[in-house]
Design a binder for this molecule. Structure first.
Ligand code: IVH
Length: 691
């Protein structure tokens, strides 16, 4: 008998023997465990075991596969990752530890901190110094160290445990906010920038909406999404995520020095790093006011902050104050209350969406979440609901983080453990709007009464008129609902017969001559919207703005598209076979045909290529987007600009033609002003898009 392999359990021995069933079972178990831990680590950013424990599992599996090569499969967790030793990202020791911050929850604690700083400095022989404080927002993302060697970005490393982080350079290189080189002829030898990778609320919301549409689990908050997105082994996945960056301090530098923190921030800003607003103050009362002011603005910001950070401005004093444990004594975080609360889920209501899918909505015992009373919250979709095991009557955690409409995160752990709980929620057997029996389509329940269901019809009109589609001003939810109630709107094409009812409309309360004429003018103007927008607006299933433009570019007219086979449609970029089949099926419906004919008679554009990058009113124009726009996300603005032939770049230079700035625009706006580049708000951009 062959000697036992010392690495293997005693019963697993000779490599030439058939694979013992215990070994096969153990291999299977290891693979399942590793897949589970990979999911927790990469997708949820919430590992349940230490790296060492993970490595032990992986090594055990490696050994079995080495002993029994016939066991190794291409999909084994041992095969998936190259480069990193433990099948993950390379571990890198920081040049200098990335510290954390002590907390103050109120002004008393802040004043106590100031006193401690003064005492500490006195012990260092610095008596009664005049102190300057910098107050910044505390961004809720994940900390990143960017090391520039000879002016080039050499390494990007996550905070990790503060001493050792993960090197994610290829992922960070996909981020347009992060300069790949310092824009100077003689850069410092070494320059380490520290800051926070984060996701804007609007981007988070759009991504979660899209995931909800696709029936996949949504992200809990922008921080988790940012962390999960940067730590993707597939760099293309990171690239597809709208990651942003704020620089807030320097780490180790060689060849450059600064006296104050504010000088550092100014230098960072000048070199093109996004640097958030900050103030330099010399009095603790003013510091308290500045922290309160951040808290007041918290909701209006397009990114999440969980507090304010107060730092001594004088770098020498900061150094002399020293470090206690893992926290620098010369800085402190003023923490805000979390954007979460517990309450009871009274009921789960189901509403019908534009495409007929039934969408769950939580009716809650009203609860105050950081100053806002929350009574309804979205549950996104059936899959999410079941995955999170949310049931009526549960005590649930509600969050306002990142979302326009608050969200139910899940039951509290105590509620989830209770024996007496309601049954898992199930969508109704009949449509809540039109009572048509519902049907199943994969994970979704939907109302099949596509054109006849009033709920779907309302959502359809809402979509058709919205800014990104036909952009009809003055036709808001209220008006749409009224026209539906009065029986004036049946088909989308009825919008274009509203002009015939001008006199009748003027007799209705609340419809004054000017507003009616503006509305009719806006309807008339919408007839000039390009073909791709019409295609988007009529709301074919699964057709967003990008798909609509691609279809318009490929087929050139609705007639050509309607005649195309499923296979031909599927050749369009971004359109898979299932979507292609849905489109073909939809366009073959008699009601769809009738709608298109009526829209044609009304004078809408049903032909015309989507302008590519070489055509359109913004041809050859370069744009930079900054801050949050009132009604569009940055992705939507980019889509519109590119659709009109323009280009969107990430940093402002002399070659930039326009900077589109919204609320909380930072350094890019300043730079635009310095370079005297035209700055537009959203309305001016819309005008420009209209040519
Ligand atoms: S300074 C010495 N400034 O907060 C600590 N940190 O609790 C250096 N953070 O890990 C951090 N915004 O991820 C600093 N304006 C800001 C910040 C900020 C967010 C995060 C950072 C750090 C954590 C400290």
């Amino acid at each position: 008998m062959a000697p036992a392999n010392p690495k293997s359990p005693p019963h697993l021995t000779d490599t030439t023997d058939p694979i013992p069933p215990e070994l096969a079972a153990r291999v299977e178990e290891l693979r399942e465990q590793l897949a589970h831990h990979n999911k927790l680590y990469y997708e949820h950013d919430d590992p349940a075991i230490t790296d060492a424990q993970y490595d032990a599992l992986l090594n055990e599996l490696r050994e079995y596969e080495a002993d029994h090569p016939e066991l190794a499969t291409p999909s084994s967790p041992t095969q998936k990752v190259g480069g990193a030793p433990a099948g993950r990202f390379p571990q890198v020791e920081h040049l200098q530890p990335m510290l954390s911050l002590a907390n103050a929850r109120n002004d008393e604690e802040l004043r106590a901190w100031e006193l401690r700083v003064r005492n500490r400095l006195a012990a260092e022989g610095i008596t009664d110094p005049s102190l300057e404080f910098v107050v910044e927002g505390k961004i809720d993302g994940l900390a990143m160290s960017l090391v520039y060697e000879g002016g080039e970005l050499a390494r990007a490393v996550t905070r990790g445990n503060g001493v050792i982080g993960e090197e994610v350079t290829p992922n960070v290189l996909t981020m347009s906010d992060v300069p790949t080189a310092l824009p100077v002829r003689k850069p410092p030898k070494l320059f380490e920038v520290r800051g926070e990778v984060y996701i804007r609320r609007a981007d988070f919301h759009a991504l979660n909406e899209q995931r909800a549409e696709e029936g996949i689990a949504t992200y809990a908050n922008p921080r988790n999404l940012a962390a999960g997105s940067i730590r993707q082994l597939d760099v293309e996945l990171t690239r597809s995520r709208p990651l942003s960056f704020w620089a807030y301090s320097l780490g180790v530098t060689d060849g450059i020095e600064f006296e104050t923190h504010s000088d550092q921030l100014a230098q960072l800003r000048d070199w093109g790093f996004p640097v958030n607003d900050f103030v330099v103050l010399d009095d603790v009362d003013q510091v308290v006011d500045a922290c309160n002011s951040w808290e007041e603005r918290r909701d209006a910001l397009d990114y999440e902050i969980d507090g304010a950070v107060i730092k001594l401005n004088d770098n020498e004093l900061m150094r002399r104050a020293g470090v206690a444990g893992r926290e620098p004594r010369g800085a402190i975080a003023w923490k805000f209350p979390p954007m979460e609360a517990k309450t009871t889920l009274l009921e789960i209501q189901w509403n019908v969406g534009r495409t007929g899918r039934l969408v769950p909505l939580a009716v809650l015992e009203p609860v105050n979440v950081t100053g806002v009373t929350v009574q309804h919250a979205t549950l996104h979709n059936e899959v999410d609901l079941l995955a999170k095991d949310i049931r009526e009557g549960d005590e649930v955690i509600v969050t306002r983080a990142g979302d326009v409409i608050p969200r139910v995160v899940g039951p509290t752990p105590e509620a989830a453990k209770r024996k007496q709980r309601a049954a898992p929620p199930a969508p109704p057997a009949a449509c809540p709007s039109c009572s048509t029996p519902t049907e199943k389509d994969g994970d979704w329940t939907f109302c099949p009464n596509r054109r006849g269901c009033p709920g779907q019809r309302f959502q359809h009109f809402k979509h058709f008129v919205h800014r990104g589609a036909m952009d009809i001003d003055g036709l808001g939810e209220k008006q749409v609902q009224q026209f539906l109630d009065w029986g004036w709107f049946e088909s989308l094409a009825d919008i274009y017969t509203l002009a015939d009812r001008r006199e009748e409309l003027l007799e209705q309360p609340g419809y004054k001559e000017t507003s009616v004429d503006n509305l009719l003018g806006s309807i008339e103007a919408s007839k000039q919207q390009p073909f791709w927008r019409v295609l988007f607006a009529i709301g074919l299933p699964g057709i967003g703005g990008v798909n609509a433009r691609n279809l318009a570019a490929r087929f050139g007219s609705i007639d050509a598209l309607a005649k195309a086979t499923t296979e031909e449609i599927a050749e369009t970029s971004g359109i898979g076979p299932i979507l292609a089949e849905n489109i073909a099926e939809q366009l073959a419906q008699p009601e769809e045909f009738e709608l298109i004919e009526r829209l044609r008679e009304s004078g809408l554009q049903l032909a015309g290529e989507a302008p590519g990058s070489s055509e359109g009113p913004l041809k050859d124009k370069t744009f930079v987007l900054t801050g949050s726009l009132p009604t569009m996300t940055r992705d939507q603005a980019r889509e519109l600009i590119e659709g009109a032939g323009g280009r969107v770049t990430s940093s402002v230079s002399k070659k930039t033609d326009y900077v589109v700035a919204g609320a909380e625009a930072g350094s890019k706006l300043e730079k635009a002003e310095r370079l005297e580049i035209a700055v537009l708000d959203e309305d001016q951009l819309t005008d420009l898009l209209a040519g």
